[in-house]
Write a protein that binds this ligand. Sequence first.
Ligand code: ADP
Ligand code: MG
Length: 701
Amino acid sequence: MNSVILQTPIDYLKGVGPNRADLLRKELGIHTYQDLLNLFPNRYLDRTKYYKINSLQRSNAEVQLIGQITNFKEVSQKRGKRLVATFQDETGSMELVWFRGQKWIKDSIKINKPYVIFGKTNFYNGKFSMPHPEMELKEEHQKSLRSVMQAVYPSTEKLSNRGITNRVLNKIMQQLFLETKGRFSETLSKKQLQDLQLISKKEALFNVHFPKNQELLSKAQFRLKFEELFYIQLQLILKNLIHKSKVKGFPFPIVGEYFNTFFKSHLPFNLTQAQKRVIKEIRQDLGSNAQMNRLLQGDVGSGKTIVALMSMFIALDNGFQACLMAPTEILSVQHFNGLKEYCNELNISIKLLTGSTKTSERRKIHESLENGDLDILIGTHALLEDKVKFKNLGLAIIDEQHRFGVAQRSKLWKKNTSPPHILVMTATPIPRTLAMSVYGDLDISIIDELPPGRKSIKTVHRYDKNRLNVFRFIRDEIEKDRQIYIVYPLIQESSSMDYKDLMDGYESIVREFPLPKYQISIVHGKMKAADKDFEMQRFIKGETQIMVATTVIEVGVNVPNASVMIIESAERFGLSQLHQLRGRVGRGAEQSYCILMTSHRLSSDSKTRLETMVRTNDGFEIAEVDLKLRGPGDLMGTQQSGVLNLKIADIIKDKDILTQARHHAKDTLKNDPSLSLDNNKVILDTYRQLSKYKNIWNYIS
Ligand code: ADP
Ligand code: MG
């Protein structure tokens, strides 16, 4: 089938007409034949099964019955009236109810004639009823039954109100297959069909809309899902390849003195295998001619900072500057303090730039950046200001990437005439399959190993009424010279309720742990940066034993002596946030604990989140559960990437197919980068087709 025909506006399909076309456009985004063809069913109904009225269950499920209407009556209600029909089969009777379209129903439905009705049942006052049933004369129903499984299409209230019921959609779809004779051309290569034993496009489209049987339906779905994911992956990988060939990076050919000296004489510990592997991957990127765009994922505490530092050394070894940007002041300060010592040992100049850097100091930084005296700049968003100009920025690293947007990444890009290499780091694990789709334009490195000797954190769930025990536990730990975090939810920065909870909590802690024996820090978002820092430093230095805080401490803070993390109202936090918070402890050699405090009333999702936290410390496992609970919609980056616009595949349920599709796309491009082999002509054509009609660009920001 010529794909041009599929671009015919939907108005031209027999049985559609201008009104329906308008509705289809507005409600379902169906503009063309092609769009209609790609309206895939949500599910299928078994239309071979008929229920009897006396065997109906109160489960409010959709059922199909055979029987007849014996009478109609109109019942007045608050607004207007409803039409009620008595419907009977040989086992009993029930009511059919209409709130709209009553005249049409009364005129067109015949009394005492056998009908097949279909719909959801309600149970009220000891009687079953069915509002707005689909009705078809039994005779016609038996004739028209083309498929034992009937497709149920996505719909909207407006559509069904305006008479475009599922049955109508089915009819329209039938018409589409009639007009096009179902001749849809193949969109995958012969080799793909063979290798994966896929059914043809034609057969797949037919069976997804009008399944002949369950087996063919499964095959049809698999083939269409594979195809959809394959072309998205092809697009992402192509984009990445084009980027690499077009955007030249600064080649860093050497690993020089800074890197080697540090590695030989100053490295405070042995790198883990995973750290070594990742540094190698980065090193390879930097040594190539292409600009690096790499995402480094590693669970909290996996040691990303040292990787960042050593990467910066490579830049310096090649005569370039480097910068490291972190999302909060606290974190920037901590990075700066941590890295400063190593840099001093190696005679590398390093400075900190944040919102609270004094003007005079700021001026000096600007100057030394521009004349090249400054090697490494650490800081917050302040780095992005226009005034911050580098002499030759070779590498920009972004820590905790999820706190920054894509826009900020690209702003860093523009700091130079030609873009620096970019390394973004995140401790929020993204399931690999999702990462492939969301960050398709980035290469991915993963640190999947914690430094040796870490004891896994013991996590427990406690109810508020156990608070006294928890206090006792805190006291014991402080006795052992450990430090404690107590975190309160601050879901909205401005929520005064949350601040009240925090302050109440703080006061009760102060009462329970009085001065002078106990010293307590408090940090929250409403404090001035200098005060926050002061309190933070007291805790870092061990002058205070307890840190009461909001989630401002969530990201990256490193106090190895802190061994207990208490999370108040833990049911209000998301899984990834809980995991991030827990990652603040377990950084030293001591056994660490995480205590999740909640009230008694928990939703089932909250329960799942808490159980997951108690069960595992594995960030990737947690990310998978999170993805299942929330769906991809809430996960960072997904909005931009449009993984939600998938027509038939599901990023969570179909991740095996996604992996397969990605391998195939990679292989295809590896063997034939320009898709010019005869074999791949159909792939190239389809790809062009998709780009031409913009279908594929929907997926990509
Ligand atoms: P994150 O990946 O969360 O940013 P950090 O880089 O802050 O983790 O590292 C966490 C802690 O682990 C730091 O105290 C760091 O010095 C230490 N660390 C990192 N790598 C190793 C290693 N290979 N062996 C021992 N300790 C390490
Ligand atoms: Mg970190």
